[in-house]
Design a protein around this ligand. Structure first.
Ligand code: FAD
Length: 312
């Protein structure tokens, strides 16, 4: 392992970042610079989002390859299966494994625009759990079986065990419920199904109050979930960013934060409000037992790195 660089940050728990592929080629260079700045802080992984319906397959792949080639940080590729045939999903997974990716965020994905939940465009795989199983299956097929002989466990018999390269498969968790979910219990059940399918990590949708996460994590544990659930945090550094966050998550607008951002006249002042809000949320989560934090970087390193520095 490379020597710890002086820019690495230590907040007591692992942290990770999320970026999205550049919307157009002109933005690629800026994103690469951001990735290098984020990588220098020593994250556990950097995840790269994936456009629904395969629209940005190459963009996600390029971004992940950049991380593999230019940093020591593990890239985590988000993959969605909505509107994919079984064969298409198979090829998609194989492409990323062939590129050297060993961490995934397996998602069902949102229905493409103009279509509705429940229509049959949804493709051959109906849920993130099925995609999780597929990733394990494709990886198993790619790797020839390696049998290792274990010590004799009773006279005359040897047990053979299979060793395979570890593949990290994260999945989405919704502390305040997926917009389509019928009850809070269903969200826990879906997460249990994802773990049973082979997921070993969950990352949450955005939320505003530490207790949303802490009570959800507690209920999941009581239901038998064992994988870590990492809270997703976004520094809300402008009223526009707040509106975008509400749009993505479907959460209710937190009036205190909205008012604070709206009445603050300067960009710097708004940035400070957003960074401080994320810092105090992260502090409460870590104190409450969160096993790490995942920061939505919005393709900018400044605010998220500031959050981490204040958590040191
Ligand atoms: P699932 O958990 O499979 O759920 C889909 C629907 O099926 C839900 O209504 C669920 O309640 C229901 N369901 C699932 N399993 C069962 C079951 N066993 N029985 C009954 N009902 C079930 N989207 C993108 O397009 N690209 C991204 O890069 C992306 N990144 C994300 C990152 C994070 C951290 C999060 C939280 C979300 C992300 N999303 C992304 C959004 C995600 O694709 C949507 O939330 C999508 O609507 C659901 O995906 P899922 O993986 O949660 O699906």
């Amino acid at each position: 392992a490379p020597a710890t660089s002086s820019t690495e940050l230590n907040i007591g728990v692992p942290f990770s970042f999320e970026v999205y592929p550049p919307r157009n080629p002109d933005l690629r260079e800026a994103l690469n610079k951001t990735i290098l700045e984020l990588a220098a802080t020593g994250p556990d992984f950097i995840s790269v989002t994936y456009g629904a319906g395969g629209s940005s397959r190459d963009a996600t792949l390029d971004c992940v390859k950049f991380i593999l080639a230019n940093t020591d940080v593990e890239p985590m590729a988000h993959l969605t299966c909505v509107a994919e045939s079984y064969q298409g999903a198979n090829e998609l997974v194989r492409t990323f494994l062939d590129a050297g990716v060993r961490s995934f965020l397996a998602l069902r994905g949102d229905p493409p625009e103009g279509t509705q939940e429940g229509e049959d465009f949804l493709g051959d795989l109906g849920s993130a759990a099925e995609l999780t199983q597929l990733i394990h299956r494709v990886q198993a097929e790619r790797e020839p079986f390696v049998f290792e002989e274990e010590p004799r466990w009773h006279a005359g018999a040897t047990r053979l065990s299979q060793k395979r390269e570890f593949v990290r498969i994260g999945v989405a968790a919704f502390p305040n419920g997926h917009p389509q979910s019928r009850s809070k219990t269903q969200d826990i059940d879906v997460l249990l199904a994802k773990e049973a399918a082979g997921a070993n990590l969950a990352i949450t949708q955005l939320f505003f109050h530490a207790d949303d996460y802490l009570s959800f994590a507690q209920k999941a544990k009581e239901a038998g979930l064992t994988m870590p659930i990492i809270p997703g945090i976004m520094p809300v550094i402008s009223p526009g960013r707040l509106r975008r966050m509400i749009e993505i998550s479907g959460e209710e607008m937190p009036s205190d934060l909205e008012i604070a951002l709206e009445i603050e006249p300067t960009t710097e002042g708004q940035r400070e409000i957003g960074v401080e809000h994320a810092v105090s949320l992260a502090k409460e989560l870590i104190a409450g037992g969160a096993p790490g934090i995942h920061l939505y970087a919005f393709n900018q390193s400044g605010p998220v790195v500031d959050v981490l520095r204040r958590l040191q």
